[in-house]
Design a protein around this ligand. Structure first.
Ligand SMILES: [Ca+2]
Ligand SMILES: [Ca+2]
Length: 180
């Protein structure tokens, strides 16, 4: 009985821990897969990971928090489009894929249409109790090109990670000499 209880408790702890933001893993950070590098106009250079370009994650679709946590374990985070140029860089890379959640809203590249035929963001799923507080880049899903849509965060999507200066510096500060 005690053993069962412990297993249950461990199970509950695992379920709960999965819904928290993950800490970076130094080895995973050092060995992270980098598909592309982009330097913005400010001279900030980040590397990026595209889930559909990597064998083990090719068919993986996850929600917003899982995407962030996979990224975060590798000293990255869900991509954040801070400039129109960075947005174009990501769009070109998407090609035939659609990508998932991100952490920032920006004045940006919103679609003129969506499930209700209304311009985005339209918070369409709010009526069902799901605020559309995640940003998704959909690839011509509404015959609208590669465009931004607000979506509910439970939707499962491929995802893009971008280097997180915060997490890279965190790991550097605790692992002197580590090459990231
Ligand atoms: Ca960025
Ligand atoms: Ca929407």
């Amino acid at each position: 009985m005690l053993r069962q209880l412990m297993l249950l408790l461990i199970g509950a702890a695992m379920v709960m821990s999965q819904r928290r933001l993950a800490l970076p893993d130094p080895r995973s950070c050092a060995n992270r897969v980098r598909h592309a590098t982009y330097r913005d106009a400010r001279g900030v250079q980040h590397t990026y990971f595209f889930s559909w370009e990597h064998g083990p994650t090719r068919s993986l679709e996850v929600d917003w928090l899982d995407a962030r946590n996979i990224c975060r374990r590798h000293c990255m985070d869900a991509v954040s489009m801070e400039t129109p140029q960075e947005n174009e860089f990501i769009k070109q890379r998407i090609a035939r894929a659609k990508i998932g959640p991100t952490t920032q809203r920006n004045s940006g590249d919103w679609s003129h249409t969506g499930g209700f035929g209304q311009a985005q963001p339209d918070n369409r799923e709010a009526a069902q109790g799901n605020d559309e507080s995640c940003l998704s880049i959909l690839n011509n899903f509404y015959n609208d090109g590669i465009k931004w849509h607000d979506v509910a965060c439970h939707h499962l999507k491929p995802f893009v990670c971008e280097d997180s200066d915060e997490l890279l510096n965190f790991v550097r500060s605790r692992n002197p000499g580590i090459r990231l």
